[in-house]
Design a protein around this ligand. Structure first.
Ligand code: DGL
Length: 270
């Protein structure tokens, strides 16, 4: 890894996710670094990651990021995906010579927020079984109760919402109920959104949980980390930013308005 700043002020930040989830991170990055050129990459040909094995995710993410960084020469890569980060961050860091910022389930801030001591965590099935999450729980939430639920339906719901399609509110109710039904679940006052897709449906989840529940995700911390790592670097954002998808088609076209809202006016297939 090299710490020297890029000589090209147009060198982009590369944000990577399996789908549109990373847009919840891009919002925060954009607010903190408005001049930063961004390339947003959605590996929609591999979506959803949450149903895949560790080996499949690690191979896919390392391979793709290798090709992407070679072709696009980003100054920094942000893996805006909890599933990919909790599984592949360490191995990707070993092979890429560019600073990499990952997405970590926000268990530490959640432990500081909860007053009942019971925290819910919503992630993908792959994320919630990771030893990475066990370690965060042991380090930051010992003495608290952390209840985990894998909610792949919410990934599909967030994708559909951003395509402008209606989503059955029962999807959100089922996620809330699954956590409430666990021992101690009725005392949950804080929910970690441990998948970058989920802040995109936070209002719907808040309605499903009802009053008295706060939500936390890692996006603020990521934006601060990127700002810190690029401190003192110059930026030149010459035109609207680019969204790259690993598979084109009608569903990508339906996402264009949501992408444009995030400053991604150009859409291409990688
Ligand atoms: N957005 C991704 C995450 O943060 C995963 C969604 C998926 O592909 O299952 O975990």
């Amino acid at each position: 890894m090299t710490d020297s700043p890029p000589s090209d002020p147009a060198a982009p930040l590369l944000l990577f996710d399996s789908g549109v989830g990373g847009l919840s991170v891009l919002r925060k990055v954009r607010a903190m670094l408005p001049q930063a050129p961004v390339i947003y990459v959605a590996d929609n040909a591999g979506l959803p990651y949450g149903d895949k094995t560790e080996a499949q995710i690690a191979a896919r993410v390392s391979g793709l990021l290798g090709r992407l960084t070679e072709r696009l020469r980003p100054r920094l890569v942000c893996i805006a995906c909890n599933t990919a980060s909790t599984i592949a961050l360490a191995s990707v860091r070993e092979v890429l010579e560019v600073p990499i910022v990952g997405t970590v389930p926000a268990i530490k801030p959640a432990a500081a927020m909860t007053t009942t001591g019971v925290i819910g965590l919503l992630g993908t099935a792959a994320t919630i079984r990771q030893s990475y999450v066990d370690r965060l729980e042991a380090e930051f939430a010992s003495g608290k109760t952390l209840l985990r639920h894998g909610a792949p339906e919410l990934v599909a719901a967030a994708e559909a919402k951003l395509r402008g399609e209606p989503v059955d509110p029962a999807v959100y109710a089922r996620a809330a109920q699954a956590l409430r039904d666990m021992p101690g679940g009725e005392r949950i006052d804080t929910v970690v959104l441990a998948c970058t897709h989920f802040p995109l449906v936070q209002d719907e989840l808040a309605a499903a949980f009802g009053p008295g529940v706060g939500f936390i995700d890692g996006s603020d911390g990521i934006a601060r980390r990127i700002a810190h790592l690029t401190q003192g670097q110059t930026w030149r954002r010459e035109r609207s930013d680019l969204a790259l998808f690993t598979r084109g088609g009608a569903q990508v076209d339906q996402l264009r308005p949501a992408l444009a809202e995030h400053g991604l006016d150009r859409v291409e297939v990688f």
